[in-house]
Write a protein that binds this ligand. Structure first.
Ligand code: F6R
Length: 234
């Protein structure tokens, strides 16, 4: 893993931007995208730039089950607000949170990923080591699946909802196997609350207890950290 340590998430956004810029110039067509607070500064850099994604495809990592595109906490809504409304893509895929037919929703998404191999995947990092919504214990070969969110993830994401009980309990997530197939991966993590899990991801053993540790097996991962998130690294 290549680790870049910057002062803060604004500087991190500029590093993230550089990878998108470089990938686009090198002919990347498909971008795997994440939601949450982490990628926002990178998306801000993208929307402020003159990069053109009108011929590109985006595939998001995950979506809450039960939330539609008009729900302000759905990941589709988030992506529209933070990126797509300002920087349109030719096609932008997010799992269909309103499709209660798990088999159909997950298989459809796998077909999309298979037909559009991801050139650059951006990831955030859960405090429990999840990437996408692949919670600890998830099979490293997993494809798109339905997942029951852990209490740690529900608590962490409650800040976006009126109350913790409003956070959906289930989500669809791209699997770890699909994430690892991306040609290039950018993971960003900011803040001292991520420092322990950042250390486990980079310096710890590869284990399903820390799903992000599987990134150690990938040949082209760039990790962008602020000083707080990097503070426990050797
Ligand atoms: C979001 C996602 C999650 C988040 C992670 C960190 O699409 O897949 O893995 O990246 O929960 O969330 P933040 O960035 O809010 O700390």
């Amino acid at each position: 893993m290549k680790v870049i340590i910057v002062k803060d998430k604004l500087a991190g956004g500029k590093e993230g931007f550089k990878l998108f810029d470089e990938a686009l110039k090198n002919g990347a067509k498909v971008f795997g995208l994440a939601t949450g607070s982490t990628p926002v500064t990178t998306y801000d850099e993208l929307t402020a730039s003159d990069l053109d994604f009108s011929q590109s495809t985006s595939i998001n990592l995950d979506e809450y089950i039960g939330l539609g595109s008009d729900h302000p906490q759905s990941y589709r809504y988030f992506m529209q607000q933070h990126l797509f409304n300002k920087k349109p893509f030719a096609h932008s895929y997010v799992p269909d949170g309103l499709n209660q037919n798990t088999e159909e929703a997950t298989k459809n998404y796998d077909k999309i990923i298979e037909a559009n191999p991801i050139d650059l995947q951006i990831l955030g990092l859960g405090r429990n080591g999840h990437i996408g919504f692949n919670e600890p214990g998830t099979d490293p070969k997993s494809l798109t699946h339905k997942i029951k969110l852990t209490q740690s993830t529900i608590d962490a994401n409650a800040r976006f909802f009126d109350k913790a009980t409003d956070v959906p309990q289930y989500a669809y997530s791209m699997g770890i196997g699909s994430i690892l197939k991306s040609k290039k991966i950018l993971l960003e993590a900011y803040g001292s609350e991520k420092s322990a899990i950042v250390k486990a991801m980079i310096e710890g053993p590869i284990t399903s207890d820390v799903p992000a540790s599987y990134l150690q097996k990938h040949a082209d991962v760039t990790v962008v950290l602020d000083e707080d998130a990097a503070s426990k690294l050797e």
